[in-house]
Design a protein around this ligand. Structure first.
Ligand SMILES: [Zn+2]
Length: 267
């Protein structure tokens, strides 16, 4: 089993990874809401354009529908005109004439409506065309924002998976009950399961550490948890101190992070 100091060095790195995973996860989970917000702002900024476009589309659809119906009406008017030739008496004649008048009235109504719609559509088109450049720019802007959010989420997802792999590797070197307990503290303490010990105090909750325990922490001889917040305590200078023989680590790097020797993961 690894010495307490070696275990603490791994916990220190796991703590960094855990916080990195946490922040990356919030980027991934926040992406859909950010995209929705971007789309919402586009609709809000361009509410007038959206309303004009909807009106234009509705008119065009109505005009198409009326045109189709107009053809059917013309067809039935032709049929009534033909049957007018075959009537046998005045009564039939008046009946057919009445039908023809009714069809003509409907045709007239459609033609009038179509004419009005064409006028309105023409005005709307001028209005829409005037906004076209602006809308195109707005759409491009939204597209860029959208892409940026997605790229950030993708990068964060990659960071999560790399950090999880590294953490899993480090955990294989640590006792199972230690890992389990670390996870429990981590969950109940917003991801922070380590606390620096200094001046006989836990530097997170500032509860006093017994002198005997503090000595062991200072020497990194034993792993202890804070009696109050239950976080694992470490004494920074003890972990940063360079072991006598460490052939592989670059001296500057190792003393700067205290974990230089762990860079490659499980040895
Ligand atoms: Zn504490």
């Amino acid at each position: 089993m690894l010495h307490a100091k070696e275990q603490l060095l791994r916990l220190l790195r796991i703590q960094d990874l855990a916080l990195e995973i946490r922040s990356a996860r919030s980027v991934v989970e926040g992406a859909p809401a950010r995209i929705e917000e971007i789309e919402g702002r586009f609709r809000e900024r361009n509410a007038e354009y959206v309303a004009l476009k909807e009106r234009f589309d509705a008119i065009e659809k109505d005009r198409r529908d009326r045109t189709v119906e107009l053809e059917a009406l013309e067809e039935s008017r032709k049929k009534y005109m033909e049957s007018l030739m075959q009537v046998k008496n005045q009564r039939e004649y008046s009946a057919v004439l009445k039908e023809i008048d009714a069809v003509k009235a409907r045709i007239g109504a459609h033609e009038e409506a179509i004419l009005k719609e064409m006028e309105e559509a023409e005005k709307l088109r001028v209005d829409l065309d005037a906004r076209a450049d602006h809308i195109e720019k707005e759409r491009a802007l939204v597209g860029e924002e959208h892409a940026r959010v997605e790229a950030e989420a993708a990068t964060a997802a990659e960071r999560i998976s790399a950090a999880e792999d590294e953490r899993a590797g480090l955990e294989t070197e640590l006792p199972g009950d230690l890992i389990e307990n670390v996870r429990r503290v981590e969950e109940s303490r917003q991801g922070v399961f380590l606390a620096r010990a200094d001046k006989e105090l836990c530097q997170v909750c500032f509860v006093r550490i017994r002198p005997q325990v503090y000595q062991e922490i200072r020497q990194a001889a034993q792993i202890h948890v804070c009696g109050h917040c239950r976080r694992y305590l470490y004494y920074e200078p003890a972990l940063k101190a360079q072991p006598a023989a460490q052939p592989d680590a670059a001296p500057g790097e190792a003393s700067a992070s205290g974990i230089g020797a762990l860079g490659g993961g499980p040895a």
